[in-house]
Ligand binder design. Structure first.
Ligand SMILES: Cc1ncc(COP(=O)(O)O)c(C=O)c1O
Length: 396
């Protein structure tokens, strides 16, 4: 078949906003109430129901949600938290902002998720918790992680930013009470979006009021109730808090996105498996694992690793060559410890890295790229991505 270059640029992702979201958004704007209010409360109820948890607290981002979780768990300066370098840096930065030390354990190269076998060796008397990340929407091996946490008296919080709708052992990610809390992101790249946004889900009643307070100025009541007819006009600031509340105009999108999420994820799954089929057997490409009955993928990202030693071109050159063919890709992620700040940080905290380094994270981090994947991607788009990959490889 002759190859034809796409004449328009294909982005690696795109949010799926329909007329229902637009109508609901306009309804919020016309109602005169656009910030935290009844739609935000309804959105939280929908997330409680969807995720099979007792509580959900939505806010402006998963990053702020993670900061607040660490604060309510009482993380103190010098406390250590074990996590993975294969994540967005906020997983580490929220620990560092609190004065804690993000300690890194290497990944399993098959899944790109933290390798439980590498966690225990990083535990010290200062370790307080573990933050596994469900990278690409593929659940981390939670059973092994919970066992380690239990053995050492550690808490577990799940960075489920990429994992709305993923399952672990038949249950929704974030629903198992062995993790004290989990966090989702609704950034526009995610499987469902509210523009920006994030949410903490949990079962434990003890943390709820403090999280609510910390997301809104340290005030003890929901702001919107203050202005309701039967509300009190007085506020009481109990401690310094953030301005991290979730707005009704965000909920307007989220209320419809959550209804569509299972359909979105099913379509992502079809496209993910189709990529596997179309790219099968191409030398020099390492294809992602699609999960199994235990690890129920939500197909957030299709992460391909390209082996320069076989294809004769490094990842960045490959990404550029695809861009020249009008195909967009993403990089999820450069390992966190490679970033300028963390290079310096770990030079000062060598005890926070494994003695033998993070070879699997670095190997994958140098080679990975995310191919276009969102529910609206057509099979024709996908065929063009694959044809462009083959074209670039044939040209080397
Ligand atoms: C694994 C992971 N953790 C945390 C975040 C932060 O989410 P947010 O952008 O909502 O703060 C992201 C976002 O990309 C992520 O992918």
């Amino acid at each position: 078949m002759t190859y034809t270059r796409r004449d328009t640029f294909l982005p690696f992702t795109r949010p799926m906003i329909g007329q229902e979201e637009i109508d609901e958004f306009i309804d919020s704007v016309n109602s005169g109430w656009i910030t935290t209010g009844p739609k935000s409360a309804k959105f939280e109820e929908e997330l409680v129901r969807y995720n099979g948890v007792k509580h959900c607290l939505a806010m402006n981002s998963a990053t702020t949600a993670q900061e607040i979780m660490l604060q309510v768990l009482g993380l103190q300066p010098g406390d250590e938290v074990i996590t993975t370098p294969m994540t967005w840096v906020s997983t580490l930065s929220t620990v560092a902002l609190q004065g804690g030390v993000p300690v890194l354990a290497d990944i399993d190269p098959k899944t790109l998720n933290i390798d439980p076998a590498r966690i225990e060796e990083m535990i010290t008397p200062r370790t307080k918790g573990i933050i596994p990340v469900h990278l690409t929407g593929l659940p981390a091996p939670m059973e092994a992680i919970w066992k380690i946490a239990e053995r050492h008296g550690l808490w577990v919080i799940e960075d489920a930013a990429q994992a709305m709708g993923a399952h672990y052992n038949g249950n929704k990610i974030g629903s198992d009470p062995r993790s004290v809390m989990s966090v989702f992101s609704f950034h526009p790249n995610k499987n469902m979006t509210t523009g920006e946004g994030g949410a903490i889900v949990l079962h434990d009643d003890r943390f709820v009021d403090r999280i609510k307070r910390l997301r809104f100025h340290g005030i003890d009541k929901d702001a919107w109730k203050r202005f309701a007819k039967d509300g009190s006009p007085h506020t009481e600031v109990m401690e310094p808090g953030r301005k991290a509340n979730f707005m009704d105009i965000q909920a307007a999108l989220g209320l419809h996105q959550i209804k569509k999420l299972d359909g979105f994820n099913a379509r992502r799954g079809v496209l993910f498996h189709r990529y596997l089929e179309l790219l099968k057997g191409i030398e020099g490409l390492v294809l992602p694992w699609a999960g199994d009955a235990i690890h129920g993928h939500c197909f957030h990202l299709f992460v391909l690793r390209i082996q320069p030693e076989i294809v004769g071109m490094d990842r960045d050159a490959f990404v550029q060559a695809l861009k020249d063919e009008n195909i967009g890709t993403g990089i999820h992620y450069r390992p966190a410890h490679i970033h300028a700040f963390y290079r310096e940080y770990y030079a000062k905290h060598p005890e926070a890295l494994p003695k033998d380094g993070l070879p699997h994270s670095e190997w994958s981090g140098d080679r990975l790229m995310s191919l276009p994947l969102w529910p609206g991607l057509t099979e024709e788009d996908q065929d063009q991505v694959v044809a462009a990959i083959k074209q670039v490889l044939a040209r080397r």
